[in-house]
Design a protein around this ligand. Structure first.
Ligand code: SAM
Length: 322
């Protein structure tokens, strides 16, 4: 679950910014108009400089009180104050219209508490900004397409026991590897792998002419952590497709092939990383994958969420595998 870091606009008091009634409606329309114009004028929505800047600030410190300044699309700064270790303030609920929603299934239960852990970037797509929740909190955050949030762990307030399963021991590496290899074989023998290969073969001249710099997978999921077993199966098949791409390039380009296969998913645990690295896939931490994109990248992303289908500048060929 995600929680907001505390945020405010540095030069204005928060109370000055809260808009209500007709004023708010007019302000929302103005923001929506502005955002659409920017999009239609082809302004990059996520610039690499902006992503790099936020990444560097987050990597300086993740301690509570550390300030991360993000410039919104209107170029105004918003300060996010990290709250690592705090008990939850406001839940980010992407499935609801109301960002102030605190009525998650556990907040009713007085025995449990969410402890904020590592901070992360919460990418807001154009659509997410256009659907900015009402009431409008302030004009500046309405333009902020990279918000800072925290992951959390759910604990019993009195015993300190972790209740969300995040401390469960994952399956052994040997077991996870066997599961991955079994599904890799099933994928290779299947019709979908053949279909992918025939699409790639039809485009082989493009690859031979230096068409591809790297293949970057976003959000292909964990297949070793304690998540639902069908999610793990999806994840193995998605990584298997990535390896098919890699093998195809090896076959077509031979020794000249230096195409890197990169993968970014904050859900990876160490076991995923170990197994994927052994397969020749380089694991990147968020947001480094976005910074590796260029106009010769292939992006591989299945069932992406709003957080991982950022349209970064400098990209991209996409494989739509939904
Ligand atoms: C809806 S799930 C899809 C998982 C998998 N592709 C599937 O089809 O089952 C979205 C995935 O995106 C990942 N994700 C979220 N934020 C991300 C980010 N910034 N970069 C890469 N992956 C991200 C999540 O951890 C999750 O694995």
């Amino acid at each position: 679950m995600l929680f907001y870091a505390h945020f405010h606009h540095p030069s204005l008091s928060r109370d000055d910014l809260i808009l209500t009634g007709k004023k708010a409606q007019r302000a929302i329309k103005k923001v929506q108009r502005d955002l659409r114009t920017k999009f239609e004028n082809g302004e990059p929505f996520f610039s690499k400089d902006a992503i790099r800047d936020v990444r560097d600030q987050l990597r300086q410190s993740t301690e509570t009180g550390h300030k991360i300044t993000v410039r919104g699309l209107n170029n105004m700064p918003i300060d996010f104050i990290l709250a690592t270790g705090d008990i939850c303030p406001r839940i980010v609920d992407d499935s609801s219209d109301d960002d102030d929603n605190e009525d998650d299934e556990n907040s009713e239960n007085g025995d449990v508490k969410h402890i904020l852990t590592n901070p992360c970037i919460r990418y807001r797509t154009l659509q997410a900004l256009l659907d900015y929740p009402k009431p409008l909190i302030d004009m500046h955050s309405a333009y902020c397409n990279m918000q800072i949030a925290h992951h959390s762990v759910l604990k019993n307030k009195f015993t300190g026991k972790i209740l969300d399963g995040s401390d469960a021991i994952p399956p052994s590496k040997k077991f996870a590897k066997r599961f991955f290899e079994k599904n890799l074989r099933t994928w290779k023998d299947g019709q979908q792998c053949q279909s992918l290969l025939s699409i790639l073969k039809a485009k082989q001249d493009y690859f031979k002419n230096g068409g591809v710099s790297n293949i970057i997978s976003f959000g292909s999921g964990t297949f070793t952590a304690n998540v639902r077993s069908d999610w793990k199966t999806h994840s193995t098949f998605q990584h298997a497709s990535l390896l098919t791409l890699r093998d195809f390039l090896r076959e077509v380009l031979g020794d000249t092939n230096d195409t890197k296969i990169l993968a970014q998913d904050p859900a990876y645990i160490q076991r995923d990383k170990d197994i994927l690295t052994e397969q020749g896939i380089t694991i990147l931490e968020d947001p480094d994958g976005f910074l590796e994109l260029d106009d010769r990248s292939i992006v591989f992303s299945c069932a992406p969420t709003g957080t991982n289908h950022a349209d970064c500048d400098g990209s991209v060929s996409a494989i739509d595998a939904c």
